[in-house]
Design a protein around this ligand. Structure first.
Ligand SMILES: Cc1cc2nc3c(=O)[nH]c(=O)nc-3n(C[C@H](O)[C@H](O)[C@H](O)COP(=O)(O)O)c2cc1C
Length: 200
């Protein structure tokens, strides 16, 4: 992937806006791991926060619970096999970084590796945990955001050439390729005011 540059923390929401599958990285002491997650969402712009649902059986659940840090890595469809592998095998049984040919590198702010091949990453510190069903919701304060200088400005720019990955179910995935611009009926200034008001 190209060079990533640091972004405002509130850009975490924009990075996740298209709803892509992410690779969650976690580390406790000398044990790093990477897991695929689809149940991920921004939950606050100020303070910037994201949340993800993780089943207690995952090694990732254990590592985040112990270290209280994690990172979300967003990859383009080029890395689909890696995404599927990291969602099919546990780090308890395999070094998934090596098998998926994903390179862990130092994050900007936290002691958890991020993935070199990712087009963007969001570094988080755990601020809350909720058990509402069979998965636990981990809430993270966004501590740093970095995104590929060519692919992301204030939003993803080239989803046609470098689409993000969406999970459809089982071994099926979709890649969002076409971006449509919506226009609200009414004057241009009115549209801008509405957009600003919604913060989106
Ligand atoms: C596309 C996809 C999305 C997934 N999303 C989640 C998720 O949101 N939460 C979760 O707990 N497991 C999810 N999984 C399952 C885990 O990624 C899988 O159980 C993984 O092997 C756990 O790895 P670990 O034990 O190394 O942490 C998903 C799997 C796939 C293939």
């Amino acid at each position: 992937m190209g060079r990533k540059s640091a972004r405002e923390l509130r850009m975490a929401a924009r990075v996740l806006e298209p709803g892509p599958v992410v690779l969650v990285t976690a580390q406790y002491r000398a044990q790093p791991n990477v897991m695929t997650a689809a149940w991920v969402t921004p939950i606050s712009l100020d303070p910037p926060r994201v949340a993800l649902a993780i089943h207690p059986s995952r090694l990732t659940h254990e590592l985040i619970g112990k270290s209280e840090y994690f990172a979300l890595n967003i990859v383009t469809v080029e890395y689909l096999s890696a995404v599927h592998l990291c969602g099919s095998v546990s780090g308890r049984d395999l070094d998934k970084f090596a098998r998926a040919a994903l390179h862990p590198i130092d994050a900007l702010e936290i002691d958890v590796p991020v993935i070199e091949e990712a087009a963007a990453h969001i570094e988080c510190g755990l601020v809350g945990r909720l058990s509402l069903g069979d998965h636990d919701l981990f809430v993270g304060d966004v501590l740093a955001v970095a995104a590929d200088a060519e692919l992301f400005e204030e939003r993803w720019l080239h989803l046609d050439e470098a689409p993000l990955i969406h999970h459809v179910g089982g071994e099926w995935y979709a890649a969002a390729a076409r971006v449509h611009r919506a226009r609200l009926p009414g004057a241009e200034e009115e549209q801008e005011a509405l957009q600003e008001e919604s913060g989106r």
